[in-house]
Ligand binder design. Structure first.
Ligand SMILES: C[S@@+](CC[C@H](N)C(=O)[O-])C[C@H]1O[C@@H](n2cnc3c(N)ncnc32)[C@H](O)[C@@H]1O
Length: 255
């Protein structure tokens, strides 16, 4: 069996020992997943056997597979782009993981499928032109934890990306990023919107909080072993990307 289009990022070892991206995947993808796994293991010390997780904009399903292997009751990857979804189904057919599912839909329709205990929102918030509205939807669909791995804007221009001058959108400062738009064939891009808005970092954290996550923190181990190196000018591409965790306040009582 061969996939209809080559895998662009995720190397998944299938049951027959074959690899979806022979030669391997970017080490950063493992760092991102390991960071999410560490966070969730700390927040759920009793394991994941009763929990549903959604993996938004799952591309080829690599993270969804890892969450299924981690033992989530249901790991559901959402992917709007038909060519990526076909590769997700190729993965599903090559694995014996009954808790692994994929949905071919726009994540703006998440309300049809939620809520979820955990939502992993990696590499997709910065492809939206209304990130604040999406964070509100995310918070409505999250029972406890949302892990948001995303680019953000800064007051200083970002050398690695061609972004607009500072602007305001949905009441938040940030910068615009040009997308191919119009349901393009670019497998990593936005779906319909022609441009995306990268919120300025401090306001992004505030927006995650205000959306309904009283506990919000930035996690740094997604940068891999050389955190300081990734955060310096040596790697501006990665330095403008963060892993932000929003946690609902389940234990709130009147004290
Ligand atoms: C940059 S890739 C990120 C892939 C993966 N989540 C990661 O972190 O490596 C963005 C993915 O989101 C998908 N995507 C973009 N807009 C979407 C939408 N509105 N609904 C569902 N998927 C979307 C794209 O097709 C692509 O697979």
């Amino acid at each position: 069996m061969t996939p209809s289009t080559p895998f662009t990022a995720h190397n998944i070892v299938l049951d027959d020992g074959s690899e979806t991206k022979p030669g391997g995947q970017e080490p950063a993808l493992d760092w991102w997943f390991d960071a999410a796994r560490r966070c969730l293991s700390a927040l759920y010390p009793d394991g994941f056997g009763n929990l549903r997780i959604a993996d938004l904009g799952c591309l080829e399903g690599g993270f969804t597979v890892k969450f299924a292997r981690l033992g989530f009751a249901e790991a559901i990857g959402f992917e709007v782009r038909p060519s990526n979804f076909a590769n997700c189904m190729f993965v599903k057919q090559g694995l014996t993981l009954p808790n692994l599912h994929f949905v071919n839909d726009d994540v703006w329709n998440l309300e049809k499928y939620g809520p979820f205990d955990v939502i992993f929102c990696s590499g997709v918030l910065y492809h939206f032109d209304r990130p604040k509205a999406f964070l509100d939807l995310l918070a409505r669909m999250t029972l406890r934890v949302a892990i948001i791995h995303t680019h953000y804007a800064t007051v200083a221009p970002i050398a690695a990306y061609q972004l607009s001058d500072l602007d305001e959108n949905e009441g938040l400062p940030g910068r615009w990023f040009q997308e191919p738009g119009s349901c393009s064939d670019h497998k990593w891009a936005s779906w319909t919107n022609e441009r995306s808005f990268w919120v300025q970092k401090e306001y992004l954290i505030q927006a995650i909080h205000d959306a309904g996550f009283p506990m919000v923190f930035e996690q740094f181990d997604h940068f891999g072993p050389d955190i300081a190196g990734e955060l310096t000018a040596a790697s501006p591409k990665h330095a403008n990307r963060g892993m932000f965790v929003g946690v609902k306040d389940q234990a709130k009582v009147n004290l």
